[in-house]
Design a binder for this molecule. Sequence first.
Ligand code: ZN
Length: 428
Amino acid sequence: MFTRLQHLLQSTSGWVIKWRQNYRFSAASAYHTYLYRMANLKFRADVLFTGRELRDDQSVLVLDDDKKVVDIIALADAGDDVQYHPGWLLPGLINCHCHLELSHLHKLVPEQTGLVDFVMTVMKQRHFPEAEIQQASEAAEQQMLRQGIVAVGDICNTAHTLPVKQAGRMQYRNFVEVSGFVPQTAAMRFQQAEAVYNQFAQAGMEQQTAIVPHAPYSVSGALFGLINAHSAGKRITMHNQETLAEERFFVDGQSDFRRLYTGFGIDISFYQAPGKSSLQACLPLLNQTGGIVLVHNTFTSEADIAFALQTGEPVYWALCPNANRYIENRMPPVPMLLKNEVNIVLGTDSLASNHQLSILSEIQTISRHYPEVPLHTMLQWATLNGAQALGLDALLGSFDPGKQPGVVNITGVENNVLQANAAVQRIV
Ligand SMILES: [Zn+2]
């Protein structure tokens, strides 16, 4: 009796499963027939990275006529006209930290001098004809486009890059940077930044523009207060813990930064070191903003990370390893950041401190120093995380239906590791 009942149950459940499979199959077919009609772009590769996860060569990315993602479907359901690309396909790359307006300083600043001498050299080189600056900015943008970059978090001390941005070839988040360490200059310095901000606003870019502090060591408490109020609710960015001198300047005041201020003829005899890290000293002064992208973080500690996370605001940790190599011959503490599961993103910094503006090159540098970091982890930093950091993830960063993230092809990958000949090109 027991055996007959068991047999009956098994055969019944088998029938149900079969019926469900048939039903699913017919529903899926109707859906895919609909997709074929809607879509004229179908792509597959050896590996498809969606922004979050890896899919194999049996997955097909389907885009509509507007280059919007429709879906990712199985090759067996994809019909004809599937374009195959050797290597990896992924969403367009996001560069979270650049200074497009410094592109004309390419090859003019000596390498590995340390941050203080780097800053002094750059400050002395700022007076170039505007036409030359704009030409160099446009060439730098072209370079980024060729490298598969679709969006940039760009530091602006001027509105020199406005014509390049108005051409609309790429998405930008403009961070109008202000500095001024002497409290008495705060109102005047802020007015100058506001004038630059207003030029971007008048060009219709107010939504994607915010006034931001340069760095903890170059902004007074009074100036932090003005930035905090103006950028309330807005995503901001700040150079953070790029050099040991910054840490010393805040912890005990004995720092190479004193030479920087003396060099510019600025009296900082009023300054008292707060006795804590730069990040812990200044982050509470930015408590009205809508999250922050902290850039460099080469001297960030686990205590700093815990401090930043307890603010409850979104915090993104941008790494620009090629610039760290160029300026200080350092690397950011990638294993420590990974262990703490923070939101990592990538940037190129400017051509004043880099040989190229390429996110792929930044990933190659991290791979060389930390070969244990999986390629797809770094690609998530460079796509979805970057889009979230810049507030552009409704459109960019992943192959979710409805987004228009662009499609990038990386070749020269073996066993999920970038080879020396790895290259990137944008195909959509
Ligand atoms: Zn920078």
